[in-house]
Design a protein around this ligand. Structure first.
Ligand SMILES: O=C(O)CCC(=O)C(=O)O
Ligand SMILES: [Fe+2]
Length: 235
């Protein structure tokens, strides 16, 4: 794999999908751990206000907080570390590993940028791992607008309306999706039994640890640590 070429593709588009990046056996192992963890009809842990306003229905899990497991294998993979280094530079840092789970019939995630661009030009990079195929049958496809990591703030507007130039991605089991935190993105409604991705968030050196605390949606700026809307936005 030519990491230099992949890195330049990432910087051109603001995202990069690499199929078959991860071993199928490891994917199956992780998939099973996640399905078991969320097995017992999981509850949402975000506030009602967030769920209603953000049009985002995900339940987070931070598996590395629960002790050593197969999740550590991805975090320690040389190929992933090398590609990350090629993109973010030598002193990049791992932020945390978060599984985002959505139940059948939920809306997915509305358009957003993971971090708030107007505060600084700092950013996070999502390193998303998919342990089963996502397609038209399951729903939950990831939609991005290429090049928008250079276009500043996601404009206020309809949280769900299509945006010109959007590209729908259907990651397979073993796909790695690298996604710049400023790239405009969303997740389509979940029609299959459930949908999840595992995100090994990372950032360049010198980025504050709380870079993803304030997320920008088309109708608000939302702060996760205080569970509050810090700015309403209208088109
Ligand atoms: O699960 C996905 O495909 C994308 C999730 C997302 O919005 C993110 O990782 O910031
Ligand atoms: Fe996101």
């Amino acid at each position: 794999m030519d990491h230099k070429q992949l890195a330049s593709q990432f910087w051109e588009e603001g995202y990069l999908a690499v199929d078959n990046f991860f071993d199928a056996g490891l994917m199956d192992e992780l998939d099973q751990l996640i399905v078991e963890y969320f097995g017992k009809d999981p509850d949402f842990c975000h506030t009602e206000e967030f769920l209603n306003k953000s049009k985002t229905e995900v339940i987070p899990w931070f598996p590395q907080n629960d002790g050593p497991s197969a999740f550590d294998e991805i975090a320690e993979l040389d190929s992933l570390a090398e590609l990350t280094r090629e993109i973010l530079g030598a002193d990049w840092k791992a932020l945390y590993c978060m599984v985002m789970y959505s139940k059948q019939g939920t809306v997915g995630q509305a358009w957003h940028q993971d971090c708030s661009r107007d505060v600084s030009d700092k950013f996070n990079m999502n390193r998303l791992v998919y342990t089963h195929d996502i397609d038209a049958a399951t729903g939950g496809q990831t939609v991005v607008v290429p090049g928008t990591h250079r276009r500043g703030e996601l404009p206020p507007g309809d949280p769900w309306a299509d945006i010109e130039g959007q590209v729908m991605l259907e990651p397979r089991r073993g796909t790695l999706l690298l996604l710049h935190g400023h790239t405009w993105h969303r997740v389509l409604p979940v029609t299959g039994n459930f949908r999840f991705s595992t995100n090994y968030r990372s950032m360049p050196s010198g980025t504050p640890e709380d870079i993803t605390d304030i997320c920008l949606y088309r109708n608000m700026r939302y702060c996760f640590s205080t569970e509050s809307v810090v700015e309403e936005r209208t088109a």
